[in-house]
Design a protein around this ligand. Sequence first.
Ligand code: GMT
Length: 396
Amino acid sequence: MRLAVVCHPTYGGSGVVATELSKQLARRGHEIHMVSYQRPFRYDPLQPNLFFHEVEVSDYPLFSHPPYSLNLTNKLVELVEERGVEVIHSHYAIPHAQAAWMAREVLREERGLDVKLACTLHGTDITLVGVQRSFFELTRFTIQRQDLLTAPSAWLGQATERDFQVAEGSVEVIPNFVDLERFKPCEYQGIRDHLQADGRFILTHVSNFRPVKRVEDVVRGFAALRTKLDAILVLVGDGPELPKALELAKELGVREDLRVLGKMNDLERVYQASDVFLLPSLAESFGLSALEAQACGVPVIGYHAGGLPEVVRNGETGILCPAGENVCLGGLAAKILSDPERHRAMSLASRKNAEKFSVDRILSRYEHSLCRLIHGEEPCRSGADSVGGTVEVAVS
Ligand code: GMT
């Protein structure tokens, strides 16, 4: 296959999934063209069959808001014409599904080319941003015109079908995946020392600290736990809600117990040192961080809401509290931590659960669905086959 993969390059689950998927498909011999305004942070320039195409964003002074979607559309037209791209795979609907649809219109009408469109919906493109009045109509229109729609959870699939008038059952659920070699349990003591845990339990939260992550609930839950147990709370990532969370921790008298690490690349080292992972979002479509934590053997505590129950097995690999009950988060975390046998069983079950989301298993599902767009039920040819066996490394 020859694919154009369009994504947001910044930190965030959708960019991570798009880039890891691209690398894996390229490894299987498909020709993958990643497209964005900046190189995605997990992109590997040395990987054969993987190319990055930067969209030049117009800086003409008349535009106080550069029309990125138009520059992106032109780049996609160019890639289909010049590189023979067969499918445009958008990650996060806005503005990628719109640009892909516009590119296809140009290609059909003027060049007689029929590129297929696939879009992986990730979460807030449906639940928060796409439903805004200023985005809704065009998002609905372009989502309905994709040849393949995928979502990481049944919960997000159903929300899309309900709110965007997509035919029932037409969103395919393909969960997020995890690299089980990288994210695995490890007893290494160094990070615990570095965090000055001094034998205390370690609770962790990793996110982009936006309101949807409900970081205040993390802090309130942790404060509730601190009335029962000695522990520290490690916060990884950065975003607009972080200062508020730190202020709240001060008010609740637990600021000294926080370790604020900022953005990190090698997250596995923090998960491996953690005893419990907290993710109390109410509208999380999947929760990639919850999967990565479980792969490292760390039970997850969050709410019975969104797609989280599809990732965390309530009572087995973590605990899901009734939505919004933040004191419950701390109370149940304390219960698990005070029972070493139960904690150990949950830790083992967490790793086992994560194994169901291995790269190989999930990748095959993407590969099958994308190939079907081009070849129907025929077996899929690799990119190398379809371009005459050439394997190149290049950046355009
Ligand atoms: O929807 C978002 O907030 C953006 C996206 C991102 O880029 O961070 O996150 C979503 O995509 C991830 C990968 O599919 C999922 O694991 C996250 O659960 C999801 N975030 C939300 O639904 C809030």
